[in-house]
Design a protein around this ligand. Structure first.
Ligand code: HEM
Length: 404
């Protein structure tokens, strides 16, 4: 299992199997110590790219939207393919003035009033789902609880009618999730198109009769003096699903898994020894569901003394930055009372996660519901990991939740 520094060259970060078969913690430790800006060599048709592993360097590139762009993709899959079809339209892959304008419009749509309502929904749902899970002898926490919180939250935000939700939920499962190795690319592609078509239809309904939801704010917004067209609105609805579903789902499962392995931390949470907000941050650091994001260099620049040529791809490994011993004492210890906790689970700089508030609410409310309703958590089967080079976490987590 262990990755000795001398086989760092052979680790293939593009292949999702790597994350299932390797001790990645040892690999990242070796990179941080010896090659903080590592050239991942080309393999077959896959071009080479830079791998940035230290916290300070990851922050520096996230912050630097002068020398780096997101418009040629922001994850390995799109960066290595040479671009993202939604560039200049979808927030996460748009830069400059248009990014600022679009981000402001979306932030306005996330008004405190709208967020307060959505957060209340999260609280109520987390309690209900945990209560139902406690009633059962055994439960797959990943599919029975964690999967339902984020989709319902995003649906509330977007104003998706209740009757459409089961269908959208199924489509999202098939389009986004990397739960199973070998899922057909055609199925994923067709589900993605169905989601876009669904949002197209919902956008038309909101144009005809605006309501109090994010889609209505987007269809009535001005960006740089012009309204957003349907294409832009649809892509940005989809981006909320992309950004908010799998990330929160994986974090929520991971926290339960962490408690089965660290009963001392569960006791601290239950006993009220650690605050929910502090615990939430450690859960996010520990889970780091989005292992990496990335950029393409637009000018000749340097990262930690390493020359980067224009056009080169630079990947930023949150998974490693969040375990950087230069920033986190005992980084491999799950410590719910950890403070300060300057993790980069939500990224940093101009593209800092737009849904960070909601992501935090989701984690906090699940922690709170567990703390109130559950006495102990037991693993009753083998957890199953997802298959992805972007996200990490569990798609199946069989547990028994002992009633409080
Ligand atoms: C951006 C992580 C939840 C919507 C990001 C980025 C990260 C991230 C690392 C930066 C991407 C980059 O720099 O290229 C997470 C995690 C979450 C979470 C770990 C939960 C635990 C959410 C939720 C939503 C959301 C709930 C929506 C409701 C977005 C959007 C962006 C983004 C729209 C793009 C922002 C921009 O480009 O300006 N997220 N996210 N995320 N996230 Fe999240």
């Amino acid at each position: 299992m262990s990755t000795a520094p001398d086989d760092v060259e052979t680790v293939d970060l593009v292949d999702p199997d790597t994350y299932l078969n390797r001790d990645m913690a040892a690999y990242w430790r070796a990179l941080r110590a010896e090659r903080p800006v590592h050239w991942h060599p080309p393999r077959g048709d896959v071009p080479g790219f830079w791998v940035v592993s230290r916290h300070a360097d990851v922050l520096a590139v996230y912050r630097d939207d002068r020398n780096f762009t997101s418009e040629r993709g922001n994850v390995l899959v799109t960066l290595l393919a040479g671009g993202d079809a939604a560039a200049g339209s979808m927030l996460a892959v748009t830069d400059g003035e248009r990014h600022k304008d679009l981000r402001n419009v979306m932030l306005r749509a996330f008004s405190p009033r709208a967020l307060a309502r959505v957060a209340e929904g999260v609280r109520e749902r987390a309690r209900r789902l945990v209560a139902a899970a406690v009633e059962r002898e055994e439960v797959d926490f990943a599919t029975a609880v964690a999967a339902h919180v984020p989709m319902a939250t995003i649906s509330d935000l977007l104003g998706v009618p209740q009757e459409d939700r089961p269908h959208l939920f199924e489509l999202s499962r098939s389009a986004l999730s990397a739960d199973e190795a070998g899922r057909s690319a055609e199925d994923q592609w067709s589900s993605r198109n169905e989601i876009l078509a669904y949002f197209g239809d919902l956008v038309a309904r909101r144009r005809a009769a605006p309501g109090d939801d994010v889609i209505s704010s987007l269809v009535t917004a001005d960006v740089g003096g012009a309204p957003l067209d349907d294409h832009d609105v649809v892509f940005n609805c989809y981006s909320l699903l992309l950004g908010g579903d799998e990330t929160s789902r994986l974090t929520t499962s991971d926290l339960v898994h962490a408690f089965t392995r660290h009963p001392d931390q569960w006791a601290r949470l239950r006993g009220g020894e650690v605050g929910l907000d502090t615990a939430t941050e450690e859960v996010l650091r520990w889970a780091t569901p989005a292992m990496h994001f990335g950029r393409a260099a637009v000018t000749a620049t340097r990262v930690a003394g390493q020359d980067i040529a224009p056009g080169e791809v630079v990947t930023l490994w949150n998974a490693s930055a969040n375990r950087d011993e230069r920033v986190f004492p005992d980084p491999d210890t799950f410590d719910l009372g950890r403070t300060p906790n300057k993790h980069v689970a939500f990224g940093y700089g101009p593209h800092f996660c737009l849904g960070a508030f909601l992501g935090r609410v989701e984690v906090r409310e699940v922690l709170d519901a567990l703390r109130e309703q559950v006495r102990g958590i037991e693993l009753v089967g083998e957890p199953r990991r997802i298959h992805s080079n972007l996200m990490t976490g569990l798609c199946s987590l069989p547990v028994r939740l002992l009633p409080a």
